[in-house]
Design a protein around this ligand. Structure first.
Ligand code: PEP
Length: 249
C-alpha cells in the first residue's frame, strides 16, 4: 500500500509570516494519518518552517540543491546543508529548473545522487511540453527523463525516490491534465519502473503536479496510479492546501 504524499512547492514565494501561518493552521487540524504532507519552501525559510511545523506531521523540503558537496560554488546550497537545516525531501528536475536554469538529464541525475548521499528523498520531476504532447511524444519524453535517472542508480537507490509527473503545459497555467490523461502517463511510468523491478514499480509513489487545486484534487487522487500531488500555487493558501491534504485521506 502506497502512502499518498501531498507536497507543496512554494517556488520563490512566501514569507516568514506565511511560514508561521502554516505552522499555526497545521497545529490546529488533524490530518488524515494515512497521508504524508510536505512543504518545499525557499532555502531561507527551511529552519523557520522546521520549527513552525515541528509539532505537526508535516515534513519540510527544499526545491533544488547543488550537485557538489562543498567548495567554491557561490550561491549554491549542498545536500548536507539542506539536511542540517531540517529538509528531508528535495525537488529535483522541476521543469522551471530544466527550462530556466538549463538543468539537463545529466544535471538532474547528479543532483539526485547528491540528495541520496545525504539521505534526502529526491522528488524527481518529469513532464512534457505542450509541443511534445501535440507531437504525440509524451511517453517518449517522460519515460526518457525517468530512465535517464533510474538507469544510473542501483536497486536500493531507486527505491528511495518519489516521482512527480508534471505536464509542463499544466504548471501554473490553471490548465489541469484530465484525470484520464494523468492516469495514462502515471500508468506508463509505473510500467517503465516494472522493467527494473516489479516491487519497485509497486512501491513507488507517483505524484501528479500541474494546477492541482482543492476542487480537482479528489478526482485526480482517485486514479489508481496517482499517489499524491505536487502543488504549486494552491500550496500558498493555507485553506486550499489543507483541503487538498484532506482530500488525499
Ligand atoms: C509546481 O510548481 O510544481 C506546480 C505544479 O505548480 P502549480 O500547482 O501552480 O501548477
Amino acid at each position: 500500500m502506497r502512502m499518498p504524499l501531498i507536497a507543496g512547492n512554494w517556488k520563490m514565494n512566501g514569507s516568514l509570516a506565511l511560514v508561521e501561518e502554516f505552522g499555526r493552521a497545521f497545529a490546529d487540524v488533524s490530518l488524515p494519518v494515512s497521508v504524508e504532507v510536505a512543504l518545499m519552501v525557499p532555502f531561507p525559510f527551511l529552519d523557520a518552517a522546521g520549527r513552525a511545523l515541528g509539532e505537526t506531521s508535516v515534513t519540510v523540503g527544499a526545491q533544488t540543491l547543488s550537485d557538489q558537496p562543498s567548495g567554491a560554488f557561490t550561491g549554491e546550497v549542498s545536500a548536507a546543508m539542506l539536511r542540517e537545516c531540517g529538509a528531508r525531501l528535495v525537488l529535483v528536475g522541476h521543469s522551471e529548473r530544466r527550462t530556466l536554469f538549463g538543468e539537463d538529464d545529466a544535471a538532474v541525475l547528479a543532483r539526485v545522487k547528491a540528495a541520496l548521499s545525504e539521505e534526502l528523498t529526491p522528488v524527481l520531476c518529469v513532464g512534457e511540453t505542450l509541443e511534445e504532447r501535440e507531437a504525440e511524444r509524451t511517453e517518449a519524453v517522460v519515460l526518457g527523463q525517468v530512465e535517464a535517472v533510474f538507469d544510473a542508480l542501483d536497486a536500493a537507490e531507486r527505491a528511495r525516490l518519489v516521482v512527480a509527473y508534471e505536464p509542463v503545459w499544466a504548471i501554473g497555467t490553471g490548465r489541469t491534465a484530465s484525470p484520464e490523461q494523468a492516469q495514462a502517463v502515471h500508468a506508463a511510468i509505473r510500467g517503465c519502473l516494472a522493467r527494473y523491478d516489479a516491487g519497485l514499480a509497486d512501491g513507488m509513489r507517483l505524484l501528479y503536479g500541474g494546477s492541482m487545486k482543492a476542487d480537482n484534487a479528489a478526482e485526480l487522487l482517485a486514479q489508481p496510479d496517482i499517489d499524491g500531488g505536487l502543488v504549486g500555487g494552491a500550496s500558498l493558501k493555507v485553506d486550499d492546501f489543507l483541503a487538498i491534504c484532506q482530500s488525499a485521506g
